[in-house]
Design a protein around this ligand. Structure first.
Ligand code: FUL
Length: 514
């Protein structure tokens, strides 16, 4: 007790000197990841509510992974198709040298913190020996029918310290019960197997695709039941896409929005639904426009009836297809293309979900591994040295400036009083040349910044380098190289006091291939 009190006092003292705040979670209270808008709320009330919506602990954990990988592997790998029919012979599944450790190691070396395996794609073929169907690895020649790909990947992840997630396709072209109520039970049974036999699961990915067409089978998915089941069995797992925690960015190109708000309208958010769940984070999929070019700015939230923290995941494949096809070996995205994707996904307040499809051997192809390696080298070399480090910082109406360069996410700079604009000036020890800006808001307080500009001093005058709208968890902007000794960031507009956990300027590393 005494120790706890001392620890709290110590944290409070620390918070006064360097902006380390006790978050709701640290105070033993979880802040809701949503806000209900009342008919009597003014626009100002709505903006204030939006500025105070924060991620749930599982959403925050997930956001901080930044890089996550997909492994699309299954019967399609052997038929060279993208969508199987569900009628494939399980005998086709026969990787000759499957090594899940090679997949996970390559992902880890490239900086990925979590990998998601397609435990079942639309063809219904299960990569684990499920009791729910014969259509699985159990009926294949691989390891004499005794293999389990889910286990091999889960174990490799555990050994290498990488988080593990599963993709379980709702659309199932093989299950005889698909199109009937019984399919919901069948699906829950599959979830139970996956969520109880393979250790901790950090992400469950539900795809929205369904190609049944007008005369195809109609299935009403009991999503709410599935969400409840996942929350019960793996409370730490985020449920993505057709789920409440993580939103599909809206394209499969790898390019997110320039203006990316993690707080978006959820027009199915009503007090009744919240009370029913009596939870601090929602457990149903928000509805509303999730694919427009701007989802959360003032004009979008003005008429909302509810707001929710629903962050963007940017999924894209390293190859043209999601599954491995030998004819695409010369179409693997180059390190430079992957880098552009990095800046346009992680650098736009998103989490990148990059697909790395193992080949027929059951290995990531050499070209994919080599390109990943060079991509990682370029990122690491670029972000090795923050050129603002050691500079003198001035911000007239700001406090806790040291937090900007301390490499800690939970400390942050903010403004005094209720100021929503600010200028932060950095005087470097000597002129430096840079061409990248990094900004990070402390999203445990909320996402707030709406407009900012970066400037440098030349011949006594301030000149614009670049500008942007949202920041969120991470914003990266590239520009032509600038050499300067004085640099300033002006926050032109913010929903409430802006916060910044980090700022940096960097010089991009040269590509090995010119
Ligand atoms: C889509 C699916 O239809 C693709 O095959 C792939 O799994 C992708 C990630 O999602 O909706």
């Amino acid at each position: 007790m005494q120790t706890t009190r001392m620890a709290i006092r110590w944290m409070l003292a620390l918070s006064l000197c360097c902006g380390l705040h006790l978050t709701h979670a640290q105070k033993g209270k979880e802040a809701p990841n949503y806000a209900v808008i009342l008919p009597t709320d003014t626009e100002k009330d709505i903006i204030r509510k939006a500025a105070n919506v924060v991620p749930s602990p599982r959403q925050l954990r997930w956001q901080q992974y930044e890089l996550t990988a997909f492994f699309h592997f299954g019967i399609n790998t052997f038929t060279e198709r993208e969508w199987g029919t569900g009628k494939e012979d399980p005998a086709l599944f026969n990787p000759t040298a499957l090594d899940a450790r090679q997949w996970v190691q390559a992902a880890k070396d490239a900086g990925f913190k979590l990998v998601i395996l397609t435990a079942k794609h639309h063809d219904g073929f299960c990569l684990w020996p499920t009791a729910t169907t014969q259509h699985s690895v159990k009926s294949s020649p691989w390891k004499g029918g005794n293999g389990d790909v889910v286990r091999e990947v889960a174990e490799a992840c555990k050994d290498l310290g990488v988080k593990f997630g599963i993709y379980l396709s709702p659309w199932d072209r093989n299950a005889a019960v698909y199109g009937t109520d019984a399919y919901n039970d069948f699906f829950v049974d599959q979830l139970t197997e996956l969520l109880t036999q393979y250790g901790t699961i950090d992400e469950v990915w539900f795809d929205g695709a369904n190609g049944e067409g007008p005369n195809g089978k109609k299935q009403v998915y009991d999503f709410n039941r599935w969400y409840g089941h996942i929350r019960k069995l793996q409370p730490g797992a985020v449920i993505a896409i057709m789920g409440p925690d993580v939103r599909w960015v809206g394209t499969e190109t790898g390019y997110g929005r320039e203006t990316e708000w993690s707080v978006v309208p959820a027009n199915n958010l009503d007090q009744g639904a919240i009370a029913e769940g009596s939870q601090t984070s929602i457990a149903f999929k928000p509805t509303g426009d999730m694919r427009g070019s701007d989802l959360g700015s003032r004009s979008k939230i003005r008429n909302a009836t509810g707001l929710v923290w629903y962050p963007a995941e940017t999924d894209v494949s390293i190859r043209p297809g999601w599954f491995y096809h030998s004819k695409e070996d010369d179409k693997v995205k180059t390190p430079e293309k992957l880098l552009d994707i990095y800046y346009s996904s992680v650098g736009r307040n998103g989490v990148l979900l990059l697909n790395l499809p193992p080949d027929k051997r059951g290995l990531l192809h050499e070209v994919d591994v080599a390109n990943l390696k060079e991509w990682r080298r370029l990122i690491s070399a670029t972000f090795k040295t923050n050129l603002l480090q050691g500079s003198k910082i001035e911000s007239a109406n700001g406090k806790w400036s040291k937090a900007l360069l301390d490499d800690k996410y939970n400390t942050y700079w903010t403004t005094n009083g209720s100021d929503t604009t600010a200028t932060i000036t950095f005087s470097l020890k000597s002129p430096q040349t840079f061409d990248v800006l990094l900004l990070q808001e402390n999203i445990t307080v909320g996402q707030r910044i709406e407009n900012f500009v970066l400037e440098y001093k030349e011949g006594g005058a301030w000149k614009k380098i670049t500008e942007g709208t949202t920041v969120g968890y991470k914003r990266l902007l590239r520009f032509d190289p600038v050499t300067a000794r004085e640099v300033r960031l002006r926050i032109l507009s913010s929903r409430l006091n802006p916060t910044l956990a980090a700022i940096g300027v960097y010089k991009r590393a040269d590509s090995a291939r010119k």
